[in-house]
Design a protein around this ligand. Structure first.
Ligand SMILES: [Zn+2]
Length: 359
């Protein structure tokens, strides 16, 4: 028995596709392939892969590479640098989906912990495109101060605790222009799982308590959470098995099946899933879904997530062994089939930049 449903225009606004100096981990070709296998129309790439996307030259390098390889549509973020790159923003903003500011420790060297420097970036970024922030715990309040002061639209990425949810509930009640995303690993795994997963269960922000997980699900039910985003961050198995395993897990191929499984189990409605993975990100980034752009999913198909069910370059998942209820059968973008349920069916370079016209 099958039950086919079309989900139009899925967007993941939070991925780290690697490539460039980190092409041994993954490339724009391999990870946009993972994106269409996950049902996505478009993915937005973060700026902390070397060379960091902190000036016009680095942006041009990334745009040239991704436009040659991408099999889905995309956006790229500019990154805020410790070294004060605000003079670059005027020349970058129009070709990006927004500015990313890393306010707590993460992969790479873009951490900005000085509130005065954060304010400088907030003041300098052109208001037409939003600011996406990595902020944990009390740092959420520091960023909310800047939103209050500068009035710039801000998306809080990978919110993972009950405390952070409370801060953002208050911020929305206050009428601040904020949105928030949560990640599947923070919804479907907790700190107990990290003991079993070892390096495969380590990411930033890390896995949290069962109480925090419950608070995230409650915030989804309340309508407070805007987006479910993957924070797709592939590393090789060799790197994860090393003495110094890097933080980050892949997620593009598992986000929709996991959320459909939650819908199947009655934890949320199918309509809410569609809102979280497609409608809300399109609305927040001001995008219109092109005609004939959708994931065709079979809500009754079940399979177990395993290394051989994944096509992304890293070839592993923290969700290995979980049986999901809901499978991407085909993905279509702008009237072309790009994925047939097993492999990519479109040539590299088909994807377009959804922001600006540099590519
Ligand atoms: Zn991230």
């Amino acid at each position: 028995m099958s039950k086919l449903v079309k989900i139009p225009g899925m967007v993941d606004p939070h991925t780290h596709m690697r490539d460039l100096d980190w092409s041994h981990k993954a490339t724009f070709g391999t990870e946009t392939a993972a994106a269409v296998a996950g049902g996505y129309w478009a993915v937005f790439d973060m700026p902390n892969t070397p060379p960091n996307t902190i000036d016009r030259a680095a942006l041009d390098t990334k745009l040239a590479s991704i436009s040659q390889q991408a099999v889905c549509d995309w956006g790229v973020y500019a990154g805020a640098s410790q070294a004060d790159n605000t003079a670059e923003y005027a020349a970058m903003a129009a070709d990006t989906c927004g500015l990313k500011i890393f306010n707590n420790a993460t992969t790479g060297n873009l951490l900005i912990s000085d509130q005065g420097m954060r304010a400088k970036h907030y003041a300098a970024w052109p208001g037409t495109r939003l600011i996406a922030v990595h902020a944990e715990g009390e740092t959420v309040c520091d960023i909310l101060e800047l939103v209050r002061e500068y009035g710039k639209r801000t998306h809080f990425l990978h919110i993972s605790t009950a405390e952070e949810i409370d801060y953002l509930r208050d911020a929305k009640a206050e009428g601040l222009p904020v949105t928030l995303g949560v990640c599947p690993h923070h919804l479907f795994l907790n700190e107990d799982d990290e003991k079993q997963l070892g390096p495969y269960g380590r990411m930033k922000p890390g896995l949290k308590t069962a109480n925090d997980v419950a608070a995230l699900w409650q915030a989804i039910a309340d309508g407070l959470v805007d987006i479910v985003e993957s924070d797709h961050a592939p590393h090789t198995i060799t790197e994860k098995e090393s003495d110094t395993p890097p933080y980050g897990v892949p997620g593009l191929e598992t986000t929709l099946p996991l959320m459909l499984t939650a819908a199947h189990e009655g934890r949320l409605s199918l309509e809410r899933v569609v809102e979280l993975v497609a409608e809300a990100p399109r609305r927040i980034w001001g995008l219109t879904c092109p005609p004939e752009t959708y994931a065709l999913v079979d809500l009754e198909a079940t399979y177990t997530i395993a290394r051989n069910t994944l096509i992304g370059a890293s070839g592993w998942s923290p969700f290995e062994g979980m049986t999901v209820h809901g499978k991407v059968i085909e993905t279509w973008i702008r009237g072309k089939q790009v994925y047939d349920g097993e492999q990519v069916t479109i040539e590299p370079g088909f994807g377009r930049n959804l922001f600006g016209d540099a590519s």
